[in-house]
Design a protein around this ligand. Structure first.
Ligand SMILES: [Fe+2]
Ligand SMILES: [Fe+2]
Length: 127
């Protein structure tokens, strides 16, 4: 379960908490599109839309952190880049028609994002 859906992990900042809830809704629906694509190319579009949505999310966090916590910005940026790179093999698997592989890579991605949330975002943005 996504960290941000658990009350104990709320940061206390409503902008950040709402943004994470929306992001995780988006991840759930794009993952469902990927899993249910009967080969129409929708899965590939879903990975691209998800990647773009994550970029927006990361930019927002980085600009908030630049103001509030500039010494943490390098770690935050590096981990965001690492997470984005995990989506490249997902896209490759989708493109080559390896649905099972894409599914397992998406599970890995979700776990890594969850770890990022707990270890980096929450300590950084908690009020
Ligand atoms: Fe983050
Ligand atoms: Fe985040």
């Amino acid at each position: 379960m996504a960290t941000w859906l658990e009350d104990q992990w709320k940061s206390g900042d409503s902008t950040i908490d709402t943004e994470h809830l929306k992001l995780h809704e988006m991840i759930r629906s794009m993952t469902a599109v990927m899993r249910n694509d009967p080969g129409t190319g929708l899965a590939q579009e879903a990975v691209d839309v998800l990647t773009e949505r994550l970029r927006i999310h990361f930019r927002m966090e980085e600009s908030l952190a630049a103001k509030a916590n500039p010494e943490a910005i390098d770690t935050l940026k590096q981990d965001h880049q690492r997470l984005l790179r995990l989506l490249t093999p997902v896209r490759d698997a989708v493109q080559s028609g390896s649905a099972e592989k894409a599914k397992s890579l998406m599970t890995d991605f979700a776990e890594q994002l969850d770890k990022h949330d707990r270890e980096i975002d929450i300590p950084l943005f908690r009020k």
